[in-house]
Ligand binder design. Structure first.
Ligand code: ADP
Ligand code: MG
Length: 343
């Protein structure tokens, strides 16, 4: 037998996905987009079907010592709807698969589904199926979402052109800093259970970690303003990593300006408190579930006054150059750290 063994960390998550992708060329004409975008696109007449799936694992994606089960249920749906939003689609249905250990009571599972229910109501999505299994250790929740969009309105990661303006919704780095606060308070609690968690002043960022929202509101507003993005992705791994996806798949370079990247003041101050650089948290934090998209400069006037859309830079011709212009006007290459689950 061969002694060859390659560690998965050598490829990383994206390397592994690329490897799987290379072995499964598409053979059905109805598969319009396969692996590599926020959702797959399946031909079904004038309206295409969008499919995406995301799995949350206890101990990897959430820690039940600070993640209430209602919030977990809500988040599991929201992060899936976010991938449909990122295709400029509308989510319609979800299916949920659960693996549950005997640590969980009926009341606990009820709480989880209360959150699922709230998200289904908020995003107008129907729960139409799933699968339930026991688990040897920990809770696993896997959601698959089905969405739709008119065929000519689907926005992929690959459509950006040089000079297109890079837009980002909301603010970045908050979910990551919220997680740092929750982790710190957990350690404080473990060393002294009498201590009450001190999270009031961090309410906004903790909320961003525990209860993210899919930006379907932005999708509706862009449609109302007849502004069709040229490319789009949701920010799950971190701004820098998503910029690399847009740049690579659109075959253009990226230029962003540090002073344009939206960072909430609580995120900023908490980053300083934790001796972290706020811009690093915004670039690499992840789990913000905001939308990153590009528009043709001709569409800029349509959305330039939107209070929750920020213009952080633009695309350019040299696909090998992804750069950040710092506040001191220094040009630094962007690094795509993202999350590597195999580290
Ligand atoms: P997102 O962050 O938008 O959820 P991912 O980074 O998880 O996207 O996945 C990128 C692409 O790779 C998607 O098209 C996804 O469907 C696909 N993908 C991820 N894991 C696998 C896998 N194990 N097998 C096939 N495709 C996968
Ligand atoms: Mg995505």
């Amino acid at each position: 037998m061969s002694e060859n063994r390659t560690e998965l960390s050598q490829l990383g998550e994206f390397g592994l996905i690329e490897r799987i992708n290379s072995k499964f060329p598409i053979s059905n004409a109805t598969t319009l987009t396969g692996i590599g975008d926020d959702a797959a696109v399946i031909d079904s007449g004038d309206e295409s079907l969008l499919v995406s799936t995301d799995m949350l694992l206890e101990g990897i994606h959430f820690d039940l010592s600070y993640m209430p089960l209602q919030h977990l249920g809500y988040k599991a749906v929201a992060v899936n709807v976010s991938d449909i939003a990122a295709m400029n689609g509308r989510a319609g249905q979800i299916v949920i698969s659960l693996a549950i250990s005997n640590r969980f009571s009926l009341e606990a599972i009820d709480a989880l589904f209360e959150g699922v229910h709230a998200a289904c109501k908020n995003y107008n999505v129907d729960l139409v199926g799933g699968d339930t299994s026991s688990s040897a250790a920990g809770l696993v929740i896997s959601v698959t979402v089905l969405g739709r969009a008119p065929k000519d309105k689907i926005v992929r990661r690959s459509g950006a052109k040089a000079n297109d303006i890079l837009c980002v919704t909301g603010d970045l780095g908050a979910a990551y800093m919220g997680l740092q606060v929750l982790e710190r308070e957990k350690q404080v609690f473990l060393s002294n259970p009498e201590m009450q968690p001190d999270i009031e002043k961090y309410e906004y960022i903790v909320g961003r970690q525990l209860k993210p929202e899919a930006r379907m509101d932005i999708i509706h507003e862009l449609r109302d303003k007849s502004c069709l993005p040229t490319a789009m992705i949701d920010i799950s791994d971190g701004l820098a990593s998503e910029l690399f996806h847009l740049g690579k798949q659109s075959n253009v370079g990226v230029k962003i300006f540090e002073d344009k990247v939206p960072i909430d003041h609580t995120t900023f101050e908490t980053a300083i408190e934790f001796k972290l650089d706020p811009i690093t948290c915004a670039l690499h934090g992840g789990e913000d579930y905001e939308l990153l998209f590009t528009i043709n400069p001709a569409d800029y006037d349509k959305i330039k006054n939107h209070p929750d859309i920020h213009f952080i830079g633009h695309m350019h011709n040299d696909a090998s150059q992804h750069v950040l212009i710092t506040k001191q006007q220094t040009v630094v290459p962007l690094q795509a750290q993202g999350w590597n689950h195999f580290k």
